[in-house]
Write a protein that binds this ligand. Structure first.
Ligand code: NAI
Ligand code: MG
Length: 398
């Protein structure tokens, strides 16, 4: 049988180092694959004017599964300034290739698990009633709608007249913004569709059922965002009542959730939210289990079978050019485990997760973030493990 092909999208900055480390771990776990590298990121923006070239889309369309490192994004004007001289003046506008990838393949389900690793010095602790310390176990899976909401990209500064006219037909706009000159307006729209909202809710409920979570929490803001958040909560109530009666449906406002997650994070199971709020709360929960070095994610479309698996951290440019990479590869390794689960290689995923847990529990090999050091090229001389040493420790456990 020919080997399964996996597209690798290292991207920018630390993306390459963590991806290489994860592939070494996959190899050591006995996962046999052929890796095909795809072009994505800043270099392709600078030289080709497109951070997500068509050939990369074709590659993913053909092979379906990708491991993604991270990309660098910069604001519009800064991006335009870095274009090769030959590419300038053509009206090229930078937009994030990872957001583009999600929208192109409708990777609308984003899953971000956050669970406590025993022995991680970064774990959330709190004082108990007797003045001692307790370390509540976090086991939360966030389902983030990945293609709509405030990340739809439907936005304007100085909106065109017909858009302005449409807004003026809303009495609240006319009353509160009608006297603001058009040139002084920036507008981002928050769009929810029933179809995508239903899909993310269903993914959340099904996950809760399959893995025995007792609750699904809709984390939005329906008291203020009555149309979008309101629709999500209403649909969740119907779905729970008709199809998932054994699962409790909870409703939290996103601001309150940020408070609850540092008071009683152990009470939450599956959480579902729109795009921006899902992004925010998943980073919040990641902070309780060690931060970005531990935050993994899967994004996929159940209809076309395309899945992209990535750590939620970015390209951390300040650490990108060290002679020895210092960043924590665990988030990328755990994202690779989510890929293995997605393609039915659950045993290998379980094996790797067990090895990661054992290395963290033992506490002998720790990257700088786990030692609460400030990141610098020196940390490896001060006792922190490098990216590769962390990967080696995981491999040794396998
Ligand atoms: P970042 O996630 O790249 O880095 C923030 C900080 O988190 C780093 O300075 C470092 O202290 C820590 N960190 C990140 N990954 C780590 C790891 N594996 N191990 C240990 N520590 C780690 O976010 P930042 O600095 O806001 O953005 C840098 C660039 O990345 C920007 O251009 C941004 O647009 C992009 N970005 C890309 C994402 C993606 O590719 N999906 C997601 C987030 C940001
Ligand atoms: Mg984020």
């Amino acid at each position: 049988m020919s080997k399964r092909k996996i597209v690798t999208l290292p991207g920018d900055g630390i993306g390459k180092a963590v991806l290489e480390a994860a592939i070494r771990v996959l190899d050591a776990a006995g996962f046999e694959a052929e890796y095909i590298e795809g072009d994505i990121g800043w270099e392709f923006w600078k030289h080709e004017g497109d951070p997500l070239p068509e050939r990369t889309l074709k590659l993913l369309e053909e092979h379906k599964i990708a491991l993604f490192g991270a990309i660098t994004s910069k604001p519009k004007d800064a991006a335009a300034e870095e274009l090769d001289p030959a590419m300038r003046g053509k009206g090229l506008v930078y937009s994030s290739p990872i957001v583009g990838l999600r929208q192109h393949f409708n990777l609308d389900i984003c899953m971000r698990p956050c669970h406590t690793y025993k022995g991680n010095p970064l774990n959330f602790v709190r004082r108990d009633a007797d003045g001692g310390m307790e370390e509540p176990e976090v086991d939360v899976v966030i389902f983030r709608q990945n293609t709509e909401g405030l990340y739809s990209g439907i936005e304007w500064s100085d909106p065109p007249q017909n858009v302005h006219d449409a807004f003026m037909s809303h009495p609240k706009f006319a009353k509160n913004f009608g006297s603001t000159p058009k040139e002084e307006l920036s507008i981002s729209s928050r769009i929810f569709t029933k179809k995508a909202t239903g899909r993310i809710l269903r993914a959340a409920f099904e996950h809760a059922r399959k893995y025995g979570y007792k609750s699904v929490t809709v984390c939005e803001k329906p008291n203020v965002l009555r149309e979008t958040s309101g629709m999500m909560y209403k649909m969740a109530m119907e779905m729970q009542k008709n199809e998932f009666p054994e699962i409790e449906l909870w409703n939290t406002n996103v601001d309150a959730q940020m408070m609850w997650l540092t008071k009683n994070p152990e009470n939450y199971g599956v959480i579902v939210a729109g795009n921006l709020f899902g992004d925010i709360i998943s980073d919040g929960f990641a902070g309780l289990i060690g931060g970005l070095g531990f935050a993994c994610s899967a994004q996929y479309n159940p209809d076309n079978g395309i899945g992209v698996f990535e750590p939620t951290h970015g390209s951390a440019p300040k650490y990108a050019d060290y002679p020895v990479s210092i960043v924590n590869p665990v988030a990328m390794v755990e994202s690779a485990c989510m890929m293995l689960d997605f393609i039915g290689e659950n045993d290998k995923a379980a094996k790797i997760r067990k090895a990661v847990a054992a290395v963290i529990a033992e506490g002998k090999v720790r990257t700088y973030d786990m030692m609460k050091m400030r990141g610098s090229a020196d940390v490896v001389n001060e006792g922190a493990a490098s990216t590769d040493e962390m990967a080696d420790a995981i491999i040794a456990r396998l």
